[in-house]
Design a protein around this ligand. Structure first.
Ligand SMILES: [Zn+2]
Length: 221
């Protein structure tokens, strides 16, 4: 992972549509990948509501079609509903046709539910290249990676997940978490993560506010 970080930092310098973190201000974004799922996501939505915090969800398109009510709920409760490909594919390995399909089908699945198309994409595994960026080019479109990995996808207890945020958080951080059937500790860790950030004086905002960029394409007049 350290290797990925050092490579991606160099990469991002030359690729302005790819974002790793927000500006050096006392604000961070909580991002949740791989949902919607029926186990972790309802708990996460409840915690966010109780704490009055906005988050950004990068959904897998094929799962969006299976859990439309959770997508609608997330949107209605003020969270961002964003694109994480249709089948959680390694995008740089796909043909241009397959790539288009992964991105477009997810946009369409989301649009059917919330009536808007996201302009923020997180490629699965943080894997991108020129072809992916070409496929996702257009007004306001950005690829949003992350700057702090909570490791909630590998840790089996909530305490070390909390500690990964508490010990390492910096200004402008984009914090990576997951909502899947396998990441139950994410919900267990979330209340303490939010409380800890607020105690440190961080505002917790959507990616649109953190990056001062739209989350959805403008409606066609
Ligand atoms: Zn993912």
């Amino acid at each position: 992972m350290l290797q990925w970080r050092s490579n991606i930092k160099q990469y991002v310098r030359k690729h302005p549509s790819v974002v790793l973190n927000g500006p050096d201000r006392k604000a961070v974004a909580l991002t949740f990948d791989d949902g919607p799922d029926s186990e972790t996501m309802p708990q996460v939505l409840k915690i966010l509501k109780d704490k009055g915090v906005t988050a950004s969800f990068f959904f897998v398109g094929s799962r969006v079609a299976q859990q439309p009510e959770l997508v609608k709920q997330a949107y209605d409760e003020g969270h961002l509903v964003l694109n994480h490909s249709y089948t959680h594919a390694e995008l740089p390995k796909l043909s241009s046709g397959q790539l288009r399909e992964e991105l477009d089908k997810t946009d369409e699945a989301i649009e059917r539910i919330i009536g808007r198309r996201p302009v923020l994409l997180r490629p699965p595994y943080g894997e991108t290249n020129a072809a992916v960026e070409q496929a996702w080019s257009g007004e306001d479109r950005k690829l949003v990676l992350w700057s702090l990995d909570t490791l909630d996808w590998s840790l089996k207890e909530s305490k070390p997940i909390e500690k990964n945020v508490a010990d390492y958080v910096r200004n402008g951080e984009i914090i990576l978490m997951h909502t899947t059937e396998e990441t139950g500790e994410t919900a267990a860790a979330l209340p303490a993560i939010i409380d800890g950030l607020l105690e440190k004086g961080f505002r917790i905002v959507g990616l649109d506010e953190l990056l001062d960029t739209p989350a959805y394409s403008q409606p066609i007049e």
